[in-house]
Ligand binder design. Structure first.
Ligand code: PRP
Ligand code: URA
Length: 208
């Protein structure tokens, strides 16, 4: 699938195994997710544009670099919140927007309840964060909203993706690159990713 990069670093694979394990309790789930998010942030930002600047070390003048494109993180509530801390740790000056969506249990269509994103999205690299890309309905709706708000450069970051969701986003938003730690087998009848890791929001917040 050409629009998708699978982040298959050994440490990411180790952590994903812990998250998939149903015995992993919420407190550990949150900590592992945060650590994974930092590892993922390195891969997702590997090709960022940088600008050369002059600095002085205690000994002499030298050249250094700054990131030249502003970065905006947009978690999809609730589960996307679990990725924010790890991303902010390695991109401390990122601005953060929020999109509230939940899936209707019967139709599996996203229902929106909250939008708040920073101004001036036009020049920013916008990273949409959601651990689960299942049917792709939520991700696709979030991306459409961000485009309406002016975003022109968008990446979608998930922990686990189903082929159905990747196809939905590729079709609706061919300009959006996707990153995931695993392309799983598919979806069950209730729209859950197989083998997946269950309901990410419930596992993170202990609301099962
Ligand atoms: C989950 C997940 C995604 C969505 C993925 O959220 O965090 O946002 O489902 O499914 P889709 O690709 O089929 O749209 P959920 O609706 O469970 O809300 P929650 O995070 O508040 O629990
Ligand atoms: N949302 C989740 O949290 N898990 C899935 O497997 C699918 C959608």
């Amino acid at each position: 699938m050409e629009n998708v990069t699978v982040i298959d670093h050994p440490l990411v694979k180790r952590d994903l195994t812990l998250l998939r394990d149903k015995k992993t309790p919420s407190n550990q789930f949150r900590a592992i997710l945060r650590r994974m998010a930092s590892l993922m942030a390195y891969e997702v930002t590997r090709d960022l544009n940088i600008k050369e600047i002059g600095i002085k070390t205690p000994l002499e003048k030298t050249k250094g670099n700054i990131v030249s494109q502003p970065i905006v993180l947009v978690p999809i509530l609730r589960a996307g919140l679990g990725l924010v801390g790890g991303f902010v740790e390695v991109i401390p000056d990122a601005r953060v927007g929020h999109i509230g969506l939940y899936r209707d249990e019967d139709t599996l269509r996203p229902v929106d309840y909250y939008f708040k994103v920073p101004k001036n999205l036009k020049n920013a690299l916008v990273l949409v964060l959601d651990p689960m890309l299942a049917t792709g309905g939520s991700g696709s709706a979030a991306i459409s909203y961000l485009k309406e708000k002016g975003a022109q450069s968008i990446r979608f970051v998930s922990l686990v993706a189903a082929p159905e969701g990747v196809r939905t986003i590729s079709k609706a938003h061919p300009d959006v690159k996707m990153y995931t730690c695993s392309l799983d087998r598919g979806l069950n009848q209730r729209g859950y990713i197989l083998p997946g890791l269950g309901d990410a929001g419930d596992r993170m917040f202990g609301t099962e």
